[in-house]
Design a protein around this ligand. Structure first.
Ligand code: FHN
Length: 541
């Protein structure tokens, strides 16, 4: 009853005015149609690009996640290293001292762009301003910027944008519109009202970024919340007015973005629609961190690139440059390995369409482009691969990277395709089979796969610790009377148990009763459990 009373006539009016077309679905107005046409045009390069580089870099890089000997980075703390200004509750004056040390002598934006290009990335997104409010660009509206507060005294954004323009790389700028711990009283993620002076600063700085640096292809807003729709709308309008072709990330809030960002470190599941971006760190932290050794392997990342393309999502891979401006050796190696794979397999990634199915095969999935179907073998590679969902005639099948012919059988387009795989191909990282069809690919969706792979979310690192007897209820089902722990998280999943440097597949493990352990559970791709014999269990409790 109460609900009905609240529905005023004015609120109902727009519903009545929606026109229905002959199919009984709401017809789009001319204005909506032209909006969606413009959206398609604006997003065209981005969708074809599929793979980009995210860069988190600023004053926080110099702290490397550590303040006064305590690790606030994601290796030991809860937040990522770029949050240290807030998480370590550092006073402004003390944090400014780190800006005074920010003098990145090895910053070479052309080298950055080269690394990205060689890795096969087609766009880059750099933190022009992160939550610590420090501007890597020349701003008239706060002296908390690289020219005035650091000895470097050069406009980093200008150098970066110029390097991208020169190399034909699409330019993105990350801009923290909602959070600014330096200039705004509101520091937490809540609906507290924003000060007018802060909103003005956002308006002016965003205007500077979109006016002083030439063409900007993407503004990556972050953490916008619906409660501050006025701020989000203002930002959207500034972008639309100053650079109408510039793409707006989904994290602007209030549904105003041009595309959807998934959660941090969350890989797109199969069957995504529309414009979607998966955002992944190369280790745990976004920004540079002194202690974080949780590097993903090149193979893990290549699988992610392949999976996200098959699932209709872009993949934005993060780099956290060192305080001196150079990339870490670990990042360089991975980018080179990824690049080697992309060079040979890029045709299966760029400008492709993801699989039309809601599920996936145990061996992997596919992308399509024109009369090509690319089978991405990122899962378990079988000797014989049957593909009954394809309803097109296959003219040829070859390994994409080498051009080597692959044996297949298919009587006609109505019969199931069978591919015979050489056992050697399981030695290669995500092999891809290119099928050339006699027409554009046609699929029988009813015969497609319905298996749903586990959700890959690499953001949660749960630390469960203490002496063995204290671990009941900690996520594992431990019988205190014996020494065997059985995982209760998901009995259908096999976990990889890391003991020192060896890894074994297990669904249970033995601990010595009474000894202190730290168990680190990292859900995701490999469901790794690390068991650390703890010297000082009290520290972890
Ligand atoms: O708080 C930020 C975080 O520092 C990082 O920038 C990520 C990247 O997606 N976004 C926010 C958290 O979602």
């Amino acid at each position: 009853m109460r609900l009905i009373k609240r529905c005023t006539a004015a609120k109902w009016l727009p519903v009545v005015l929606v026109l229905l077309n002959s199919a009984g679905t709401p017809a789009q107005t001319t204005a909506e149609l032209s909006d969606s046409n413009t959206l398609q045009q604006r997003m065209a390069w981005w969708k074809d690009a599929r793979f980009g580089m995210f860069l988190h870099w600023g004053v926080y890089a110099g702290l490397g996640g550590v303040w006064n000997g305590t690790d606030y980075g994601k290796e030991m703390g809860d937040a990522s290293s770029e949050w240290i200004f807030l998480t370590a509750a550092i006073q402004k004056q003390a944090y400014r001292k780190y800006a005074e040390k920010f003098n990145p002598k090895n910053f070479d934006p052309s080298a950055w762009v080269n690394y990205a290009k060689q890795a096969g990335m087609k766009y880059m997104v750099l933190t022009a301003k992160h939550h610590d409010g420090f501007a890597l660009f020349d701003t008239k509206y706060s002296n908390w910027n690289v020219l005035q507060a650091s000895p470097y005294k050069k406009d980093i954004i200008r150098a970066y944008v110029n390097a991208c323009h020169q190399a034909g790389m699409r330019v993105g700028l990350y801009f923290s519109h909602e959070k600014d711990w330096y200039h705004s009283k509101k520091v937490r993620h809540n609906a507290e009202p924003l000060q007018q002076s802060y909103i003005e600063l956002v308006r002016k700085q965003l205007t500077e970024l979109l006016t002083n640096y030439g063409k900007i292809d993407l503004i990556w807003f972050d953490m916008g919340i619906n409660a501050h729709e006025n701020l989000n709308l203002m930002c959207r309008d500034i972008v639309r007015k100053l650079q109408p072709d510039c793409i707006i990330s989904g994290r602007i809030g209030s549904g105003l973005g041009d595309y959807r960002n998934l959660g941090d470190r969350e890989l797109a599941p199969p069957g995504m629609n529309g414009f979607v971006e998966s955002i992944m760190t190369l280790r745990l932290n976004w920004a540079y961190d002194n202690n974080d050794a949780n590097w993903k392997s090149s193979t893990e990342v290549i699988k992610m690139i392949s999976k996200t393309a098959c699932r209709n999502s872009n993949f934005l891979l993060n780099i956290g440059p060192q305080p001196d401006g150079d990339f870490t050796p670990e990042e360089k190696i991975r980018l080179a390995n990824i690049g080697a794979w992309m060079k040979n397999n890029g045709d299966a990634i760029y400008a492709t369409q993801g699989a039309p199915f809601k599920g996936e095969y145990p061996w992997g999935s596919l992308t399509t482009a024109g009369n090509k179907v690319y089978l991405h073998l990122f899962g378990d590679i079988p000797k014989t691969l049957r593909f009954p969902a394809l309803r097109s005639k296959v003219d040829a099948a070859q390994m994409l990277s080498s051009g080597q012919a692959v044996a297949f059988e298919q009587a006609d387009e109505h019969s199931s395709l069978t591919i015979h795989l050489d056992s050697m191909i399981s030695n290669s990282v995500v092999p891809i089979i290119a099928l050339t069809l006699d027409s554009v690919a046609n699929f029988d969706l009813a015969k497609g796969p319905d298996w749903l792979p586990p959700i890959e979310r690499h953001q949660t690192r749960k630390q469960i610790s203490g002496v063995v007897e204290n671990m009941n209820g900690s996520g594992f089902d431990l019988k205190a009377t014996d020494t065997t722990m059985h995982f209760s998280l998901n009995e259908n999943i096999e976990y990889r148990l890391q003991k020192g440097t060896t890894i074994e597949i297990t669904n249970g493990f033995n601990l010595i009763a009474g000894k202190p352990y730290t168990v680190v559970y990292e859900p995701g791709l490999s469901n790794v459990l690390k068991i650390i014999l703890s010297k000082n269990p009290a520290r972890h409790r």
